[in-house]
Design a protein. Structure first.
Length: 325
């Protein structure tokens, strides 16, 4: 029998894995980015059949991971240097995977005893990345992405970093999927503070709600803005979610819910829909699209140009496919 492999994953959500900007620690962790890292769990379990995984994350993200299959120990850290867990408390690890770029996290990770290290680190003050087998694919992708280069699902880069093959490994969340759907369509209209440009204007959301209701669908507006568990329960109560590129999109896919995803300043090519999603990109002729900008510099915001009838048809088709299963 092979020996136990002790693995540590550092993903607090304090920096976006596919954002090459060095922004340091922020006050609002990207919870969607934490969910997007969970395919590491089945991939690592395949590479290391006997493994024990410790995951370090923020208190805000902990409800997303507590009880998730594959995580043996969850350590919480806000990211503040004064509150960092003692490095020796993680024990000596065989493998440490760091998905955070913030300086304070990289400095702390350097202190954790580990036989092998993969993921982000600091070299002469700049962010760099260690990958299984070398290759430099992650940093090359980030540089090309900034300049409009070809894009691929986020998970394929992540799994390549640890030497695994991307074969559609699923997200891993606790069993929120046991909720019985009570609504046809959930309208996930809010986005995080970091990328307000992802949001479709509120008047278009109201118009969309009218179109869906006129089609005989039972709709529900987003709930749980201040309570993550309530929010996840609300997603579980919907058969299909119409959502911008946000936590809700990834959480719904993790729960095996149908999704209509709306994209403008970000790229749908970097998201895997797991056969459950229809992605609609705003009909904009903006030369910057997708710009990944936190502020819109165009004369007309791309998300103002979403085709509501296309969204309505996609929702009806998604619900039809859901009934056929």
């Amino acid at each position: 029998m092979p020996e136990m492999t002790r693995i540590g994953i550092i993903k607090l959500g304090l920096s976006e894995t596919l954002d090459d900007a060095d922004k340091g620690v922020t006050g609002a962790p990207s919870l969607g980015d934490v969910v997007r890292a969970t395919p590491l769990l089945p991939a690592l379990a395949e590479l290391h059949p006997r493994c024990r995984i410790t995951w370090v994350t923020t208190p805000q993200a902990a409800p997303l991971l507590a009880g998730a299959q594959g995580i043996d120990r969850l350590v919480q850290w806000s990211g503040g240097p004064d509150q960092a867990p003692r490095a020796q408390d993680l024990g000596t690890l065989d493998l440490l995977v760091n998905l955070e770029k913030a300086r304070v996290v990289c400095d702390w990770v350097d202190q954790v005893p580990a036989g092998k290290r993969l993921g982000f680190f600091r070299h002469q003050g700049q962010v760099a990345c260690r990958e299984q087998g070398g290759g430099g694919q992650v940093m090359a992708y980030l540089a090309a992405r900034r300049n409009g280069g070809p894009r691929q699902p986020w998970q394929s880069l992540l799994l390549g970093m640890i030497g695994a093959s991307w074969r559609g490994q699923p997200y891993a969340l606790p069993d929120y999927a046991s909720y019985e759907p009570a609504h046809d369509v959930g309208l996930n209209y809010a986005v995080g503070d970091k990328w307000p440009t992802k949001a479709m204007p509120s008047d278009k959301w109201r118009e969309l709600a009218g179109l869906l209701a006129a089609s005989g669908l039972k709709i529900s507006w987003q709930r749980g803005h201040r309570d993550l568990r309530e929010y996840l329960g609300w997603i579980g109560s919907c058969r299909l979610l119409v959502t911008q590129d946000s936590l809700g999109l990834h959480a719904a896919l993790a729960m095996r819910r149908r999704v209509v995803g709306l994209f403008g300043p970000t790229s749908a090519e970097e998201v895997c829909g797991y056969g459950l999603a229809t992605f609609i990109t705003a009909g904009s002729e903006c030369s910057r699209s997708p710009c990944y900008g936190e502020r819109c510099a165009a004369q007309q915001h791309c998300m103002e140009m979403m085709d509501l009838e296309e969204i309505r048809r996609a929702a009806l088709k998604g619900l039809e496919d859901d009934r056929a299963e």
